[in-house]
Design a protein around this ligand. Structure first.
Ligand code: SF4
Length: 211
């Protein structure tokens, strides 16, 4: 895929959705970090349901620690792997208070050193909470990048590196949201909705349905 086609793809994404953002609900970097920690192998809808009750009582690391592990689990028990995730939340809150004065750190190294925080979670926080150019490649982005050939790669890291290199700079901040939303609602894993896809004519997926 050449540069001009990538440019056109992201221009169409931007025209269709000028201000994309995550579907996770949050009011602060701390809340986003907690929501992303809970979101592994869970739906955003499921996480939002839990955090709608959790955040009003625990919107800071101290309030989360005051709630305690048992208290946090009461709010998270509807989410898969909630015991491990809740333990990570408590440990993370302790570190935020001990090392960062209760704030969420703004570097990849510091974020990835927090319990339960991997490269993808760090990328979401860097991008969505702090406005840094980072690409959190999830299953949706991996699929869309490979099918369309915007950034084909054998693993998530290869796709991430290619997206950072190939997505035109003016779109880099929002590209991750557009690609996730496109994968979630149009370029679905099973039965992609090619007929109503706004980038159908630019997509290089050999099996795409042409309207
Ligand atoms: S044309 Fe089909 S395969 Fe290509 S991006 Fe659109 S939905 Fe996905």
């Amino acid at each position: 895929m050449n540069k001009l086609i990538r440019q056109e793809i992201f221009e169409r994404f931007r025209a269709a959705n000028p201000h994309p953002t995550t579907e996770l609900n949050f009011n602060s970097p701390f809340e986003l970090l907690i929501a992303v920690l809970l979101s592994a192998q869970a739906t955003d809808v499921g996480v939002n349901k839990a955090t709608a009750k959790l955040f009003p009582v625990a919107a800071t690391p101290q309030a989360m620690l005051d709630l305690g592990l048992e208290g946090v689990m009461e709010y998270t028990k509807t989410i898969g792997l909630y015991k491990t995730k809740s333990k990570h939340i408590i440990e993370t809150c302790r570190i935020l208070l001990d090392k960062y004065n209760g704030e969420v750190p703004q570097t990849r190294e510091e974020l990835e050193a927090l319990p339960g925080v991997g490269r993808k979670t760090a990328n979401v926080v860097l991008n969505t909470a702090f406005g840094q150019m980072a690409m959190a490649v999830d299953t949706h982005i991996f699929r869309v990048a490979n099918r369309t050939k915007i950034a084909p790669g054998k693993n998530v890291r290869e796709v991430e590196d290619k997206l950072m290199k190939f997505v035109p700079k003016e779109f880099l901040l929002d590209a991750h949201h557009w690609l996730i939303l496109h994968g979630r609602y149009t370029c679905k894993a099973q039965k992609p909705l090619c007929e109503r896809c706004i980038i159908n004519d630019l997509c290089e997926y050999p099996a795409k349905a042409v309207p």
